[in-house]
Ligand binder design. Structure first.
Ligand SMILES: [Zn+2]
Ligand SMILES: [Zn+2]
Length: 262
């Protein structure tokens, strides 16, 4: 039985716990160490089960608590070479913990973690696909301006996936963000909109992905309800049945104690 817990998911902090059989990893550590510890505790998760932290990219909402968390628990940090260089430059690394570059994949205990590059305004950003100790697959794919075929393929072979549903385009366009920022978010290296996410989902369900989790919502340009309804509509229009063919949920900004068990 594998477990995915979205500890934090939004533009203001991201961290995901994925594990089975006492072996787990964290994808990103984008809140303070204390907040991540508390979120773990409130879900009855043991930090000692975390074998490594995989960092998707160097933006603060993905690495804020990295340094303290990794050094406090002696957890190895993995990322792409480009991300590691940026983390180093920003003073996010510490000699008290091990760091390692993940080229394409790495085995940890009975887990396999694969890196899939993502298009984003960061040095060398990526998503990760984790095969848990009991053979289940889950992918975390956020912070990407478009859905690349390689990311789509990686998600297609999963049991569960966290997919970015960052903004509603109309809310973004009519919202208060400066024009330059709007353009950045909408670009191919920005963030995936609700609609761009929603139109991908029927394909994933068709290829066997059972659990869909919408993640990394913008606080200003989205609401959980708008994101959920946009994706649900797309799935229902494709003739799919909620609960039977798929489960759909929005990752809360902060954990609500619910886990996806698969
Ligand atoms: Zn982010
Ligand atoms: Zn980012």
């Amino acid at each position: 039985m594998a477990k995915l817990v979205t500890l934090f998911s939004s533009s203001s902090g991201n961290s995901y716990y994925i594990g089975a059989s006492g072996q787990a990893v964290l994808i990103d550590a984008g809140r303070s160490c204390k907040q991540i510890e508390q979120a773990m505790m409130s879900n009855n998760l043991d930090m000692r089960s975390v074998r490594a932290i995989f960092v998707t990219h160097e933006h603060t909402d993905h690495c804020q608590g990295l340094k303290v968390l990794a050094s406090r628990y002696g957890i190895t940090v993995y990322s792409s070479a480009g991300t590691m260089a940026e983390l180093e430059k920003a003073g996010r690394l510490d000699s008290r913990f091990n760091t390692d570059i993940i080229e394409s994949k790495v085995s940890l205990g009975d887990m396999l973690i694969e890196r899939v590059n993502t298009p984003h305004d960061a040095c060398e950003s990526c998503g990760y696909r984790v095969t848990t100790a009991d053979g289940k697959r889950v992918m975390v794919a956020t912070d990407m301006g478009i859905m690349l075929p390689s990311v789509r393929n990686a998600i297609s072979e999963c049991d569960a996936a966290v997919i970015e549903s960052n903004h509603d385009v109309n809310m973004l366009m009519s919202g208060p963000y400066p024009y330059v920022l709007k353009r950045r978010i909408l670009s191919d290296k920005g963030h995936l909109s609700n609609m761009a996410c929603a139109q991908e989902l029927p394909h994933f369900v068709n290829s066997g992905v059972k659990h869909l989790i919408l993640g990394h919502l913008s606080a200003e340009n989205n609401t959980p309800d708008v994101a959920f309804q946009t994706s649900l509509c797309s799935l229902l229009q494709a003739g799919m049945k909620e609960g039977e063919d798929f489960t759909l949920q929005v990752a809360p900004k902060e954990t609500n104690g619910k886990a996806v068990i698969f």
